[in-house]
Design a binder for this molecule. Structure first.
Ligand code: SF4
Length: 268
């Protein structure tokens, strides 16, 4: 499905609830205002009204959508499963592997997989690689983890760094706290996406926190993509208001933050 998420072209929600809508399980502070759960509360948008906690409903894997990847001619970026976490504990391992099989036979497409559970992603990817006698993921499969504060930086960057992929990325959204010195972690990532929180009840994001990440990325020559300043941005102690409600219009960014970079194309 086409999307207005700035760092991708399409969202492919291959895992859905059998009776309609989606499901996921909240895991950290970044999930507090989960956009997917909000959408799922609304039957007008096809939601099933279940909360993102407790036991999962019956789920289904859209194998037809996966099969179609191999026939798509135009090369595009696909954010896979934007409404859930493919590496959630409740997702069967063979579904994850079926997804990877579909990506493997669609080398023209770029797949961006984002998880808050990179330790499960690491195990699952290693099994898949060993089943295929491969040492590294195909270069069209990008693996990423979400980082929201120092704790998640320390916990999630380590398992991500062990995945043998040509593009590992962080989605630092919602950025909830100053991350401090990240330089030692940047050697292991090829892209850093940054965003303040958007939507109702957005928590504050200080533009100085974004500046600090951008500066360290530029010092380490890591591509950086400033996605949005968020709906509740502050700069130099004052509210930084933008016309765009997510603070996602690049023309409204401070000049030195107008950066939307990607890693150079890599080929296997
Ligand atoms: S992992 Fe993502 S989709 Fe799942 S609850 Fe958290 S924010 Fe929502």
């Amino acid at each position: 499905m086409p999307t207005n998420i700035e760092w991708t072209d399409l969202t492919d929600n291959i895992i859905r609830a059998k009776e309609g809508g989606w499901w996921c399980q909240k895991i950290s502070d970044g999930c507090k205002n989960c956009y997917s759960e909000k959408l799922n509360q609304n039957s007008f948008f096809g939601g099933n009204k279940l909360p993102y906690s407790g036991q999962p409903p019956e789920l289904t894997l859209d194998t037809e959508a996966i099969r179609k990847w191999g026939f798509q001619r135009k090369s595009r970026r696909h954010f896979v499963a934007s409404m859930t976490d493919v590496f959630g504990e409740w997702v069967p391992r063979f579904w994850q592997h079926e997804m990877l099989d579909g990506m493997f036979v669609a080398p023209k497409q770029i797949f961006q997989i984002l998880t808050k559970r990179p330790e499960i992603m690491l195990l699952s990817m290693n099994e898949w690689l060993s089943n295929h006698g491969l040492e590294e993921l195909p270069s069209n499969i990008w693996v990423g983890t979400s980082i929201e504060n120092r704790r998640t930086l320390e916990e999630r960057s380590q398992p991500l760094s062990q995945i043998p992929a040509s593009v590992r990325f962080w989605s630092v959204e919602p950025l909830l706290k100053h991350l401090g010195d990240i330089s030692q972690y940047l050697n292991d990532v090829q892209l850093v996406i940054i965003g303040g929180e958007s939507g109702p009840n957005s928590r504050p994001c200080h533009i100085e926190w974004i500046e600090s990440i951008v500066k360290q990325c530029s010092e380490s020559k890591t591509p950086v993509f400033v996605k949005q300043l968020g709906a509740n941005a502050y700069y130099q102690g004052q509210r930084f208001k933008t016309r765009d409600k997510k603070g996602g219009e690049i023309e409204e960014f401070p000049q030195h933050l107008k950066l939307r970079e990607f890693p150079l194309p890599v080929r296997n």
